[in-house]
Design a protein around this ligand. Structure first.
Ligand code: ZN
Length: 342
């Protein structure tokens, strides 16, 4: 099969589109012929590498994908060859106490597709049967691949962990990233008032189309002061901040008493300064999460299937153009998801 292969860590130049043996499904696994794979920030982190990350080379990136079941291993009962499916990139053992309690994203033997095993940047991928969900005919492979990781991550953070309620106010720091475009829609669907901070008027206009009630352009305005003014000095109930070091101090100040800061990542750096006085003095909660349990994946994908939430695709590119796609993603000049096709 053709695949985007990684033989060493580094920039976009270390990725090559070449030939690799097609993976065969083992017991309880399915082989999926990939029709669309979506890119995530995670892929860039894995490509760059970090101390302690051990990959089996050549490695294949990619947590998100959708396609057609092309082979099944023994014991597979829920899907058959020819089924259209979307992949859930959350890997878990299915047997430990966390998995059995429905917290499979906390599975200690688990991981993420494209990080802990070869992923979706290929013509074929093999995953456990429980990691695929059948797609209705009206949902394209591109939409499904683009939705999977970011929507389950945003849903788990905002709804399950963040306990977002109708009537609350949410500030989303960043307009264009995949998780942010999902968070805007989920917050709106939950009945919250949505504020979005973004870097350009163009991105903020798109954020409004997704459901943002109020937008702040951080290039022309001090967004911390703006949110203070816009909420009549009260602050917001929830801040979604996956930027980290560069924005956490302002995000913590932007919270109302009893507020929650939700995070699923830190694109600007991890060692953010936290004013402990803000945390106790204002009764704040800092709530982290990563990926989502299977139940949340199914819930949010069904909302996609029903048209209540929609995948936001910046553009679709062939896998041969992976270097250009990486540069585009890292430049930040993307609104929503980049989707790759074999
Ligand atoms: Zn487990």
């Amino acid at each position: 099969m053709k695949a985007i292969l990684l033989y060493e860590h580094g920039g976009p130049e270390v990725l090559t589109y070449g030939d690799f043996e097609t993976p065969e499904p083992g017991y309880g696994e399915v082989q999926v012929q990939i029709k669309a794979a979506a890119m995530n920030r995670l892929d860039i982190w894995v490509r760059n590498g970090w101390p302690g990350l051990k990959l089996e080379y050549p490695h294949i990136l990619g947590a998100d994908g959708a396609g057609i079941v092309s082979a099944t291993g023994g014991g597979v009962t829920q899907v058959t060859v020819g089924d259209r499916v979307v992949i859930n990139g959350t890997l878990s053992c299915g047997r430990c106490e966390d998995c059995l309690a429905g917290r499979d994203n906390l599975c200690r033997r688990g991981g993420i597709l494209g990080e802990d095993r070869r992923g979706t940047y290929a013509e074929y991928v093999v995953v456990p049967e429980r990691n695929v969900l059948t797609l209705p005919e009206h949902i394209s492979f591109e939409e499904a691949a683009a939705a999977s990781l970011v929507f389950m991550t945003a849903w788990h953070s905002l709804i399950t962990r963040g306990n977002l309620k109708p009537g609350e106010s949410v500030l989303i720091v960043g307009a264009g990233g995949g998780v942010n475009t999902a968070s805007i829609q989920i917050a709106r669907l939950a009945g919250a008032t949505v504020y979005v901070v973004g870097s350009t008027d163009e991105k903020l206009t798109k954020a409004q189309e997704l459901g943002a009630d109020f937008v702040i352009n951080r290039s022309t305005e001090d967004w911390g002061k703006a949110i203070y003014r816009m909420t009549d000095k009260r602050g917001v109930d929830v801040v979604v901040d996956n930027v980290g070091k560069a924005t956490w101090p302002t995000s913590l100040r932007a919270l109302a008493r009893g507020g929650r800061l939700l995070t699923v990542g830190g694109t600007s750096g991890y060692d953010a300064q936290v004013g402990v006085n803000y945390v106790f003095g204002k009764h704040l909660s800092i709530i982290g999460s990563t990926m989502a349990p299977h139940a949340d994946f199914r819930t949010v994908m069904n909302l996609i299937f029903e048209g209540k939430l929609r995948a936001v695709i910046d553009r679709v590119m062939p896998m041969e153009e992976i270097a250009a796609a990486c540069e585009l993603l890292e430049s930040g000049a993307v609104f929503g998801k980049l989707v790759l096709t074999p």
